[in-house]
Design a protein around this ligand. Structure first.
Ligand code: AMP
Length: 610
């Protein structure tokens, strides 16, 4: 429910008629509420949203103003109280949890990237300085800033500074393009975009300019690399210098949104996931504990830190919160990453199975760097097969920890003391003691032990709705998130991922909702029908195979269609790897595209090199 609907509900419960509940209706002047009603509203808001609104000294608020006071706080009724009582949600802010200045020695190195090193004291000063300068660029508490930056120290600094001043960074993968960003900007109405001028041959600044023209909410462009100050670009590197200090925003509350992650999407474009200070703090603490992080830990971030896995599972934020050191690197250079492991004495690293397979190839090709510091290699984002797990363990001489998680908040880990047969063949169990897990059949009934069913989850780290109430069907009425993943329980108690209910292709950990791709393909004039399915891929695990029915002139070729999709602004990792033209798509008995048959068909074609 959005803030305005919550307010309307509270007012309806007080007996106010629906027709009177206009956004500009004033509580006293128009709705005739008395002092008892106002007290009731204040109590309701305190209980449901943990927010204090003073209706005595404020002038007569309108319905809209009252909704604004709630902002996008998540309702905390019921479970929230219990989560606090049990210490799962703590009255802390994410930037304080992460910087934890009092607990850790200020001279120790906290963040290292290719250009710079920050000690904890320098990090704290730079975050504070950045928060002060952000205010002068016009960014205010409550604003949202879309942050699409690669793995460099500046993204950590900028995100923490925004959080400190009460603004909300919305973290977007550098690989997202116009098609995805357009939807995210429309949903979040950010006041600023933070982008690299160019990254991996893509002109992010040009796209940001285009998006700013189209979206009046976007006033400011924060740019790393060669921006143009004359036309109002703000240089991120100047923001993150130490110097001035900004106090944290005074009216923040731990149940406020600290940051937004983007769902990798089961349908359509990415959805915004609001993570509150207290829920994300809980996720990080639990993940850090099961990953064995200590102040001596060194985490190498090679996966994009704008994704939950490298950011907070426990990732960058968890490592910093424990007093450890974070090293940031480019995902595409396995040899450079291994050199960094040796140089920085890295103890923990998170990889997708696809990246892990590339690392194995690089490792055997060059007997190379000393990797003896490595203690834990976390692998997740897509299913890891047993033989790759065993090879990784042998080749890297460290523990393999499977991580099965999602930006919506559930994180499962194999435990560091699980025997190898469990660590190599299961995807772990929840890190939070508060997570309630259900494995259900198509009717929502729990399946028998060991049977496959859809995984539902509710818990202190798991969201109960998407921002703005999008995709409400992803949640049950009693607040469980429907993961869309098919799992079964292993005899060890861990979960094994058996497949998916949702129609998503998992390309090396990057998710591609089939319906989004199909809708764009269908817009091509030469395509009459289209179906995207996963085909097996040696390194990526899965890749996109597109079945199309061509128009009168025949279907476009694969290169032509890829160009067309790229020109439509689709992220490049979503482009199909293979195209099969068919006279008609096979249908199921109820007339839906029979994707099971198509998946079998592509496997047969690959086997026979068809
Ligand atoms: P994201 O929100 O991008 O983190 O994607 C979450 C989805 O990735 C999950 O719902 C699963 O479908 C998939 N996933 C994540 N980790 C694993 C894993 N270890 N094994 C299999 N699938 C996974």
């Amino acid at each position: 429910m959005t803030g305005i609907e919550e307010v309307r509900k509270i007012l309806r419960d007080l007996g106010i008629e629906e027709v009177l509940l206009r956004q500009d209706a004033q509580l006293r002047a128009h709705l005739g509420l008395d002092s008892v009603d106002l007290t009731q509203i204040q109590l309701d808001l305190a209980e449901r949203f943990n927010t204090r609104v003073d209706l005595w000294t404020e002038h007569d608020l309108t319905v809209r103003q009252l909704a604004d006071a709630i902002g996008d706080r998540q309702p905390v009724a019921g479970a929230g109280g219990e989560y606090r009582d049990r210490g799962w949600w703590r009255p802390e802010f994410l930037d304080d949890t992460v910087l934890n200045a009092r607990a850790h020695a200020s001279h120790r190195v906290a963040v290292v990237d290719a250009e710079r090193t920050f000690t904890r004291a320098e990090l704290d000063a730079a975050v504070s300085g950045c928060a002060a300068r952000l205010v002068r660029t016009g960014i205010r508490p409550g604003d949202t800033v879309l942050v699409q930056l690669p793995n460099q120290a500046r993204i950590i600094l900028l995100a923490l500074a925004l959080i400190r001043l009460g603004a909300r960074p919305a973290l977007a993968l550098p690989a997202l393009r116009e098609h995805e960003l357009e939807a995210v900007i429309a949903a979040l109405a950010p006041t600023a975009l933070a982008v690299p001028a160019r990254h991996q041959r893509f002109d992010h600044l040009r796209l940001a300019e285009k998006l700013r023209e189209r979206h009046p909410s976007v006033r400011t462009l924060l740019v790393s690399g060669a921006g143009d100050r004359a036309i109002g670009h703000v240089d991120i590197d100047r923001l993150i210098e130490a110097g001035e200090t900004a106090p944290a925003h005074r009216d923040r509350h731990p149940s406020d949104t600290a940051l937004f992650l983007l769902s990798s999407g089961t349908t359509g474009a990415p959805k915004a996931i609001a993570r509150t200070h207290e829920a994300l703090g809980h996720v990080i603490r639990c993940a850090a504990a099961v990953s064995g992080l200590t102040p001596e830990s060194v985490f190498l971030a090679v996966l994009p830190v704008t994704h939950g896995f490298a950011l907070a599972s426990p990732g960058v934020l968890g490592t910093l919160a424990c007093g450890g050191k974070v090293v940031l690197s480019d995902p595409n250079d396995a040899a450079a990453a291994m050199a960094l492991i040796e140089r920085e004495r890295v103890t923990h690293c998170a990889l997708t199975p696809a990246l892990a397979r590339q690392w194995l190839l690089t490792r055997t090709a060059s007997s190379g760097p000393d990797l003896s510091s490595l203690q834990v290699l976390q692998v997740g984002g897509a299913r890891l097969d047993e033989s790759t797990a065993a090879r990784l363990s042998r080749s890297f001489g460290c523990r393999i920890q499977q991580v099965y998680g999602m930006s919506e908040g559930l994180l499962n880990f194999t435990r560091l003391d699980d025997p190898p047969e469990v660590a190599f063949t299961t995807q772990g169990r929840p890190s939070s003691p508060g997570d309630e897990i259900l494995v259900v059949d198509g009717e929502g009934r729990p399946v028998a032990g060991g049977e496959v069913g859809e995984l539902l989850v509710r818990g202190p780290g798991v969201i109960t709705e998407y921002h703005g109430g999008a995709a409400a069907a992803s949640f049950t009425p009693d607040g469980f998130y429907r993961t869309g993943d098919l799992v079964r329980r292993h005899e060890s108690g861990n979960l094994v991922v058996a497949g998916r209910v949702k129609d998503v292709i998992n390309r090396g950990g990057e998710k591609i909702p089939a319906d989004e791709l199909e809708a764009l393909v269908l817009a091509h004039p030469g395509v009459r029908a289209a179906a995207a399915v996963a085909m097996p891929h040696r390194v990526l695990g899965e890749a996109v195979c597109l079945y199309v029915v061509g128009g009168n002139e025949g279907a476009p070729s694969l290169p032509e269609l890829r160009r067309y999709l790229e020109d439509s602004g689709l992220a490049r990792f979503k482009l199909p790897e293979r195209l099969v033209e068919v006279p008609a798509l096979p249908l199921t008995a109820v007339g839906k595209t029979d994707k099971v048959r198509l998946r079998q068909d592509i496997v047969t074609r690959l086997d026979t090199k068809g």
